[in-house]
Design a protein around this ligand. Structure first.
Ligand SMILES: [Zn+2]
Length: 319
């Protein structure tokens, strides 16, 4: 049973808007682009794993996607969490292409891809750490002691996994996505006793969802991007050109000729993701490249937003 909706992570959405709107010559552009590609691959990997998760007997497995929890301001994120009455599974998903080799001597992952060799964090140790954090978190919130198992799942069909001989933790706790359920069932069979009652599970589910804190950073601050490096105006949904021009109540793309009457909605969405969570008339007029306060007001009033204040001081924010 899925307990929360699987969604594209907020950071991916923010990076996407930033990639669209950032001046391509900005020094950090390449690094931002690479992070975006990496996170999108991760997102696709997690999405593909969902297909296999559907194979779990629905009533007894409670599945949580991408929970991010904190203990005293230290946060940990678990790609997939499966709660059952007998044990809990923490699953780390990676969608990395190439040859993935686990090196036992230094506990590291070595990735070979297109003649490039890189060291990456060992995902088995990563998910082990997450499961330890989860254990503290459960203790802190007075839940019964329940066994936590951890697994690394490779979601990339073309990646080849290997490990040094005798690297037991890796052999035991890694698999390709098509073998994930087998692993989960294998671990499940170890535990015969029920550690969580239906009431405990209900309470735990509520707490996990309530305390889930998605990563929400201001990317302009994080990458030290001045506002003038951000392209303003509507983005053409057809070819990506910014800005479209607004005339006679219609937005038109000078590059491909695409026309839109509601491009203001994506402008607002982009503003809330990239700049801040509220906007006033002057800010919207500037960000949408509009010439008139009246037109800006008309758009703001017709968007489905909550507002505060009156006249010039009025600010709008998503409901
Ligand atoms: Zn266009």
């Amino acid at each position: 049973m899925e307990m929360n909706k699987f969604e594209r992570p907020l950071r991916n959405r923010k990076l996407n808007v930033l990639i669209n709107r950032l001046d391509i010559h900005f020094p950090a552009y390449q690094a931002i682009w690479e992070e975006f590609q990496r996170r999108e691959a991760g997102y696709r990997g997690e999405k593909s794993v969902n297909y296999y998760l559907k194979g779990l007997s629905s009533g007894n497995h409670f599945i949580f996607h991408g929970l991010r929890l904190g203990i005293n301001d230290v946060f940990f994120q678990i790609d997939k969490l499966i709660v059952t009455s007998r044990c809990i599974f923490a699953i780390e998903v990676k969608n990395r292409a190439g040859e993935l080799h686990f090196d036992k001597s230094f506990n590291q992952l070595i990735v070979k891809n297109n003649d490039k060799v890189e060291r990456r964090k060992n995902p088995v140790l990563q998910v082990q750490w997450q499961s330890e954090q989860l254990k503290y978190w459960l203790e802190k919130h007075h839940f019964p002691n329940v066994p936590i198992e951890f697994l690394f799942v490779n979601a990339n069909d073309k990646a080849i996994l290997s490990a040094d001989p005798g690297y037991e933790i890796v052999f035991r706790r890694s698999c390709n996505s098509d073998c994930m359920l087998q692993k989960v069932n294998q671990f499940s069979r170890i535990y015969k006793e029920e550690s969580l009652s239906p009431k405990d599970i209900r309470k735990l589910s509520r707490q996990l969802l309530n305390r889930h804190t998605p990563l929400d950073q201001n990317l302009l601050e994080e990458f030290h991007i001045p506002f003038n490096k951000i392209k303003t105006g509507a983005m053409c949904p057809n070819c990506g050109t910014i800005p479209m021009s607004y005339k006679h109540k219609i937005w038109t793309c000078a590059n491909c000729g695409f026309k839109s009457s509601n491009a203001y909605l994506t402008i607002l969405e982009d503003y809330f993701l990239l700049i801040k969570k509220s906007i006033n008339n002057a800010e919207f007029k500037k960000f949408a490249n509009l010439l008139s306060y009246q037109v800006a007001y008309r758009f703001l009033a017709s968007a489905d937003l909550a507002s505060e204040g009156k006249c010039r001081g009025r600010t709008y924010h998503p409901k």
